[in-house]
Design a protein around this ligand. Sequence first.
Ligand SMILES: Cc1ncc(COP(=O)(O)O)c(C=O)c1O
Length: 366
Amino acid sequence: MNEDFLHKKLNERKQQNAYRELRLPTNKIDFCSNDYLGIARSSTIDDRPSTILRAGSTGSRLLAGNYALIEETETMIAKFHEAESGLIFNSGYDANVGLMSCVPQRGDTIIYDYLSHASIRDGIRLSFAESFSFVHNRLDDLEKRLKIAKGNIFVVTESVFSMDGDYAPLNDISALCEKYNANLIIDEAHATGVVGEKGEGLVQHLQLQNKCFARVYTFGKGVGCHGAVILGSKTLRNYLINFSRAFIYTTSLPESSVAAIQSAYQIFPQMNEERNHLNNLIVQFQNASIGFEKLKSETPIQIVIVPGNDAVKKLAMQLQENNFDIRPIVYPTVPKGSERLRIVMHAFNTREEVRGLVEGLRVGSR
Ligand SMILES: Cc1ncc(COP(=O)(O)O)c(C=O)c1O
């Protein structure tokens, strides 16, 4: 078999020192996972015996794969997030692809933040609508695009950005959407469980839930499980059931997964102590001087800029040798010159661990 064309592309990656490899977990101090509250590592998430929960759902939701627990969970989550209805998808990736690919139609316009997650961008690529990005978090650029947009207009952004850890200016974005009669879509993946008094996310924290056309909440990060939900009107739910290919043409999540999601939604709203501790760690890290540029972030995602794939990989390796699980984010995932360590704070990390990490970074900067 001639696989030269694959080798050629893989070799390019190796030359850029950007070759990716899978790694098995280690027992190092976790500054890497998205398990912000530690729910995924706790054993309290579901105490029902697994034998009564089916591990396979046996089909698409439209065929054999629908069941009472999944609909009950959708209703419960929609109520918690103050939405009319919800539809569960197998992952956040599927939810964004399933939403963006089918809702905006030919003749419509999608305007998305330049730093939007790959799943949003991939969904947009599958859509027949026209699409434009706006400069990250820049309202003037967004407005420029809104002024010339045609058809139904959709504005898409994340509430907490996965690679920068900053917030989107949602109040202002929502006001612009009202002014230009645009439909606002917000991905709350990294805000779920973490932002807001009960971990309800940034949208409700700012009381914008009634201003959104659709919201995506993922369960694989702060919720500590797997899957996602799209929240919106009943009409939107019916539309997705009829037209969203990422919903229709796949086997649904099994009962065991959905039971875990339901349990997590009963647990995380009460985890105020964990959220407080997490916020204290974030402040501790933000206030520390580390010898590298640090992006401003009030969220668990803390970014240390170390330009160059070689340099950022070397520093990550040094930290790993000192027992910190920290991964480099290299070009082409981020633009050249903005390679970074993506450090994730968790409720189970300690102040001493953060102190040790700061010291490790200081040593690495010398
Ligand atoms: C902003 C954002 N949206 C969606 C996703 C995808 O979610 P999932 O991991 O559940 O597929 C991610 C995950 O990396 C993300 O960061």
